[in-house]
Design a protein around this ligand. Structure first.
Ligand code: BG6
Length: 490
């Protein structure tokens, strides 16, 4: 296995992401023997704490969040390479001292000047930190690579994303910028391309001649927990749709790339983003539904407006459902229905491909209907593929009956897919960019999102409009029923 040799500097080391995702991912990479001896981690945070205290906190985090449980020996091996450094992100001299500290460790671990900076901070610090790294020479490419991983959201709209992009590109150059979208690290998202392009029986029918509609669902049972402060500024539109769900749409709708190299795949995804129909204000009203959760029927969950750090008259959406059109030859006339929300009845991420009905088919079911074929790509919590097709109902009659083939990838004994962050952290260390988003993908997705944001800005929503632990507002059901279809809730 290829090994990396680098320093990993995590800004936002005391935050939730570091605790829940990054350090547990590094721990699992250690188990898989995918971290080199020439490697160390500095967690940079604004809070005062010692390295020992930080390591103790991370040990608890790994025990709680690691997908493989906890092994003391492995943890000791990893924790010997973890350091904590307190830094005022906007400070000046502090960066000079920090560089000294970093250089000493680089010498000790022989990381050859290779630095991966991970910005796991609140978005308003992205620009400031990058600017300081530039100003104080920490990102100078004099020996060793200097890369930066940026968490989402990349901007708040097209304008701020452009400004941020300019700022970051000035320091790192596009080739060293890793815009992370953790959905792309999920095993089954990577599987979408394999399924489509490695199977003779899928690719020829993947178009408007055979597909009736596609649903992309990502529903969560959790609320915003302690992230109210961040969420108030983003909402479901920017937190989920602009990045994760549009990426999922792009992988489902893209043309086959000429090759599997990073840029060929990204080129095809960009074409999908370019093809998204940009809605007028009126079309937004017709095709996009927003929602915010209220208490649950039994009062078990509080309303969004009563969550920590949210306004009690908040207009932030925790749910969005929309009908999307991809304007190209392959998809003309095929609606994509996308739905995402917090505090919903079940946790699941799925892509549902609904094929066209055969209409007056020779074989109908007992209700005299022709049941269309369906393919479901299950991404979370179950990973797998479900295919529904018709067969003869056993017995004397010639009735058709729908049956299914269900492939469950993570039901296989002992199989646990790596967490998305394991894959992505390792890729960033190795310089693999295929699962990170390129600037033009971000740019086109903002164009689509901004049209919705602009239309919403002119209307005050009637919130809250759905109960926690439900399937979202009634208007979302009306949106799809208007077209004679239903959301897939099974
Ligand atoms: C994050 C969002 O990017 O993705 C969260 O900020 C959301 O609000 C999370 O809960 C969902 O990720 P996953 O992997 O649990 O589907």
């Amino acid at each position: 296995m290829e090994e990396t040799s680098n320093a990993l500097v995590i800004f936002g080391g005391t935050g939730d992401l570091t605790k829940r995702k990054l350090v547990p991912a590094l721990y699992n990479l250690k188990i898989e023997k995918l971290l080199s001896k020439e490697f160390f981690i500095i967690s940079v945070g604004r809070r005062e704490k010692s390295t020992e205290e930080f390591i103790e906190e991370m040990k608890l985090a790994v025990k709680e969040f690691s997908r493989t449980g906890f092994d003391e020996d492995i943890w000791v091996c990893l924790s010997e390479r973890i350091y904590y450094y307190q830094l005022d992100f906007s400070g000046t001299d502090t960066y000079l001292e920090f560089e000294n500290y970093l250089c000493n460790l680089e010498h000790k671990y022989n990381t050859k000047g290779n630095r991966l900076f991970y910005l796991a901070v609140s978005p308003e610090y992205f620009g400031i930190i990058v600017e300081k790294l530039h100003k104080y020479g920490l990102a100078n490419e004099n020996g060793g690579f200097k890369r930066v991983v940026i968490e989402k959201p990349f901007g708040r709209n097209l304008e701020s994303a452009r400004k941020l992009s300019k700022q970051i590109t000035h320091t790192f150059g596009e080739e060293n910028i890793y815009r992370i979208d953790h959905y792309l690290g999920k095993e089954m998202l990577q599987n979408i391309m394999v399924m489509r392009f490695a199977n003779t029986f899928f690719e020829p029918i993947w178009n408007n001649k055979y597909i009736d509609n596609i649903q992309i669902n990502s529903t969560e049972t959790l609320g915003v927990s302690e992230r109210g402060g961040y969420y108030e500024k983003s909402g479901a539109l920017r937190d989920m749709l602009q990045n994760h769900l549009l990426q999922l749409l792009a992988l489902t709708a893209m043309e086959p790339p000429a090759r599997l190299d990073t840029e060929s795949v990204r080129d095809e995804k960009v074409k999908v983003f370019k093809g998204l129909k940009i809605y007028s204000d009126e079309e937004v009203t017709q095709n996009v539904v927003r929602g915010q959760y209220d208490t649950s029927v039994n009062g078990e969950y509080v309303a969004y407006r009563d969550e920590l750090r949210t306004a009690n008259d908040s207009e932030t959406e925790t749910f969005i459902a929309l009908k999307v059109e991809v304007e190209n030859y392959r998809w003309e006339g095929v609606p994509f229905y996308i739905r995402t929300g917090k505090r919903m009845k079940k946790k699941s991420i799925e892509v549902i491909i609904q094929f066209k009905s055969l209409g007056k088919s020779l074989y109908l079911n007992e209700l005299n209907e022709s049941v269309p074929n369906q393919l479901i790509i299950r991404i979370q919590p179950t990973e797998g593929i479900y295919l529904r097709f018709n067969t003869k109902k056993p017995g004397q009659e010639n009735a058709a009956i729908p049956v299914s083939m269900d492939f469950c990838q993570n039901c296989e004994i002992g199989y646990k897919s790596p967490e998305a962050y394991e894959k992505l952290l390792r890729d960033a260390m190795l310089g693999e960019k295929a699962l990170f988003t390129r600037w033009d993908e971000v740019e086109y997705s903002w164009k689509f999102i901004d049209a919705i944001g602009k239309a919403w800005a002119n209307n005050i929503p009637d919130f809250p409009n759905y109960k926690a632990n439900s399937y979202g507002p009634k208007a979302a059901d009306d949106l799809i029923r208007r077209d004679g279809r239903e959301w897939w809730n099974e």
